[in-house]
Design a protein around this ligand. Structure first.
Ligand SMILES: [Mn+2]
Length: 457
């Protein structure tokens, strides 16, 4: 299974401005290189990935299952985004390199992968996408096999699978995508450690942002986005999703990822940011901070309402409860609060009727989603296993209620317009209840103020 025998079947990916490569240069480049194949130890994820593949194969006996990692996506012309493998591919293989395809064939697994460039072709010194001298060394087939505990073959040897056997490709087969999602619903102890690490690095990223508050005031939302990203790259793999930095009324835009606005004294700033760790597990945390370090009395009143709703949602979590239990508990609090504020056109009870939901004009979204290697994890699970299902020990979900008063909402008093507040934590379902994995960040209004005092220079 040596890649040395692979024929030169693909033209190197070059650019029109690259200098010519005369035969003499090409020939000279191909000789005189030492072989530096590494001895790699098996990675911790390998045994788990093998167990996961067994479960997956057992669900589809006799079928051939195909799970691609995906490839680079163009940002503009010949500039690509940083590669991040498909979650299901990595969950079932452990592999994080691009362009690989995991094939589980009646229980036997092979990873077809693109290895380091051989020195028998021009790829290693001419190819801008995969060439070792351009983008760095990819692992060899043997290195990948050793690290992942899997048989690994060259991607160019991937068969066409045009026989009579049933082949399911996860990118087109809904049943395979569904089962792959459902198998990820319950996290094992190692996965919980990964999520805890992601939350801990996320905490540092939030602290970094507050520590640089003078720069935040000078440069606005962009500074927080950049500051958090620096921590994510330094200690994790990346951010798990585009950071949402909503200063002032931008906080009422649920997925404000432009992050181009100012941070203005007297207002709030909503930060929804999560680090993806190097095993690709992500946190998803939101805090809403007073720019001045102190909430105004109105801001505090609204903040405390959202906190009370979140607390009710978190405390409702235990195994056997419906997935929606946190949402329902939080909405109960917020609907009554909105009724007390005389904003609802009907009573809180009437508004909470599933056929009404008029209170949601100001709460907008559900409070919870599963969390794991995807920020919206397990999204292809059947409703019966997820949104309509029950919580089980080992599941990790967010609880993130919010109140949003749009700038142009004529149905609320002027003083509320342009205020958005969300508080979000990452909650592990334990045998007896729950554990908050992101509890290192402050949540009550008093704790938030003390924490800002502590970290602001
Ligand atoms: Mn979330």
């Amino acid at each position: 299974m040596s890649e040395q025998s692979t024929p030169e079947t693909v033209e190197p990916r070059t650019e029109s401005h690259d200098p010519a490569v005369p035969a003499a240069y090409a020939a000279f480049m191909r000789e005189g290189w030492g072989d530096r194949e590494l001895d790699l130890a098996v990675e911790p994820v390998a045994a788990r990935a093998a167990e996961r593949r067994s479960k997956l194969a057992a669900t589809f006996p006799g079928d051939r299952l195909v799970l691609p990692a995906g490839t680079f996506k163009v940002r503009s012309y010949d500039t690509d985004y940083r590669f991040r493998p498909d979650t299901a591919h990595t969950y079932f293989s452990g592999n994080q390199t691009s362009d690989a395809v995991l094939v589980v064939d009646d229980g036997e697994s092979v990873l077809y992968a693109r290895p380091r460039s051989s020195r028998d072709t021009d790829e290693f010194f001419r190819d801008r996408q995969y060439g070792e001298l351009w983008v760095g060394r990819r692992p060899s087939l043997k290195e990948m096999s050793d690290a992942l505990g899997l048989e690994v073959r060259h991607i160019e040897d991937l068969p066409s699978f045009d026989d009579d056997r049933k082949t399911r490709d996860i990118t087109t087969d809904d049943d395979l995508a569904r089962v792959a999602s459902e198998l990820r619903l319950v996290k094992d102890a190692w996965e919980v450690e990964q999520l805890q690490e992601a939350c801990d690095i996320t905490t540092l990223g939030f602290e970094d942002s507050v520590r640089e508050w003078d720069e935040v005031l000078r440069y606005g939302e962009r500074w927080i986005e950049g500051t958090f990203f620096r921590r994510a790259r330094a200690m994790g793999n990346d951010i798990g999703y585009d950071s949402i930095v909503g200063g002032g009324s931008h906080a009422t835009t649920l997925h404000w990822i432009d992050n181009t606005g100012p941070i203005t004294p007297g207002t709030l700033v909503l930060l929804d940011m999560g680090v993806e760790n190097r095993s690709l597990y992500t946190a998803d945390v939101t805090r809403t901070l007073p720019v001045d370090g102190r909430f105004t009395s109105l801001q505090r009143e609204l903040y405390d309402l959202v906190h009370a709703a979140q607390q009710a949602g978190i405390e409702a979590i235990r195994p056997g409860e419906p997935f929606k239990v946190a949402h329902n508990a939080a909405m109960e609090v917020l609907a009554h609060a909105l009724a007390d504020m005389k904003l609802l056109p009907v009573s809180a009870e009437e508004a909470l009727d599933p056929d009404s939901r008029v209170y949601a004009r100001w709460t907008l979204h559900g409070t919870s989603h599963m969390l794991g290697m995807d920020v919206h994890d397990c999204g292809q699970a059947a409703p019966a296993a997820y949104a309509e299902g029950t919580l089980a020990e080992g599941m990790v979900l967010t609880v993130e209620p919010g109140l949003y008063f749009q700038e142009d909402d004529l149905l609320v008093p002027e003083e509320l317009r342009g205020i958005g507040i969300r508080i979000e934590d990452d909650i592990l379902v334990t045998a007896s209840g729950y554990e908050n994995l992101s509890s290192a960040l402050p949540r009550t209004s008093a704790e938030v103020e003390a924490w800002m005092d502590e970290h602001r220079r």
